[in-house]
Design a binder for this molecule. Structure first.
Ligand code: PLP
Length: 365
């Protein structure tokens, strides 16, 4: 008799990993490959953070601080919130998982946009929960549609601001509408993975809402603007009651020592992140300009990536880009057929990409 797997686990779709730089190099016989598919910060982390990592390597013989006290202190000062309102995860992904582990069981559901970040659905299916999907409207999350789709079995509603994969934002009015119109027993999860890339005027003061609403959790990460995706560390901010619930399912040593040190250091010098934000904004403007000059459609983005319309020739264009060493995310893999999602890179790489893309796009097949 075979090993018996939980039915809902064997029903889960398999995760299809993206191809690595090394695989592409081999397959296409390339010297240089540019991975523009996963929205990493290609400007890299602050050199001071790298130095901090080196300086702490000798202490990896010890277990990390299970409470991440030093990092929580820094976040508490930065955000003006109590230390007991913070949870640290092995990436924001893990906090999403802890949220579903804590609040979702058989018969319960979450409400999400379609398409959206894949982890919300996966973490829910793992808990035998159901997923209610609300289509985007004009590439934006549909505040009214999301609220209208909630039912008495709904436990969580996910918002992503800015959205992935579209880069569009949730504006002040939409946020206000959602938090005012959902029941107080539904936890609103606001994923701000790319929040630091937004302009100050566009940012919703989600932390400010916490003083009035106990049913919000804000998720942020060191993977994106801080350039530490490989270390796996992110944080959540919520009412202390929510945090103490998540702490019950959290593994004591979920965040490694080096990641804690690096993240704490990264917060000491916010000007480095702000500088990345400004550079990316400048490069995005270049993308908009060049694409518009060539009559290529795109979606304006609040994050460090951009959706470009490739139409019916998408597969061919993606393949030709790969042959020239550019890995982009095919829209059909993220619910947006006819588009590609491209991470904004360093200026010279952006120039190379745009020149190659336009040549491929403009040539008939
Ligand atoms: C990248 C990303 C995250 C962050 O994931 P980590 O686990 O912190 O690396 C979370 N949400 C969205 C929408 C993302 O794109």
């Amino acid at each position: 008799m075979g090993i018996r797997v939980k039915q809902w686990i064997s029903d889960m779709p398999e995760y299809i990993p993206g191809r690595t730089i090394d695989e592409i190099k081999k397959e296409y016989n390339l010297e240089k490959v540019y991975k523009l598919a996963s929205n990493e910060n290609l400007y890299g982390p602050d050199p001071v953070v790298i130095e901090e990592i080196y300086n702490n390597l000798k202490d990896i013989r010890y277990y990390p601080d299970s409470q991440c006290r030093e990092l929580k202190q820094k976040i508490s000062e930065k955000c003006g919130i109590d230390i007991n309102s913070i949870i640290i995860g092995n990436g924001t992904d893990q906090i999403i998982e802890m949220i579903c582990d804590s609040f979702i069981e058989q018969g319960m559901n979450i409400v999400i946009s379609d398409p959206t970040f894949l982890i919300y659905e996966r973490s829910t299916l793992k808990c035998n929960g159901k997923v209610i999907k609300v289509p985007l409207r004009e590439f934006r999350q549909d505040a009214e549609g999301l609220v209208a789709s909630v039912n008495d079995k709904t436990r969580l509603l996910f918002l992503t601001n800015p959205h992935n994969p579209t880069g569009t934002n949730v504006d002040h009015g939409q946020f206000e509408y959602i938090i005012k119109n959902i029941r107080s027993d539904i936890l609103l999860v606001v994923d701000e993975a790319y929040g630091e890339y937004m302009s100050e005027e566009d940012k919703v003061d989600t932390v400010g809402y916490l003083s009035r609403y106990k049913n919000i959790i804000i998720l942020r990460t060191f993977s994106k603007i801080y350039g530490l995706a490989g270390l796996r560390i992110g944080y959540g901010i919520a009412d202390r009651g929510v945090i103490s619930t998540l702490d019950r399912v959290r593994l004591p040593f979920n965040v490694n020592f080096i990641a804690q040190k690096a993240a704490a250091k990264a917060l000491e010098n916010e000007s480095y992140a702000n500088n990345t934000r400004d550079k990316v904004r400048g490069e995005k403007d270049k993308y908009y300009r060049v694409l518009a000059e060539n009559s290529i459609e795109f979606i304006k983005s609040h994050a460090n990536f951009i959706l470009i319309k490739t139409g019916t020739r998408s597969d061919e264009i993606i393949e030709k880009l790969l042959k020239r060493g550019f890995i982009v995310r095919p829209g059909k893999n993220i619910g947006l057929p006819g588009y590609i999602r491209v991470t904004i890179a360093l200026p010279d790489v952006n120039d190379k990409f745009l020149a190659n893309f336009i040549e491929i796009f403009s040539s008939s097949c």
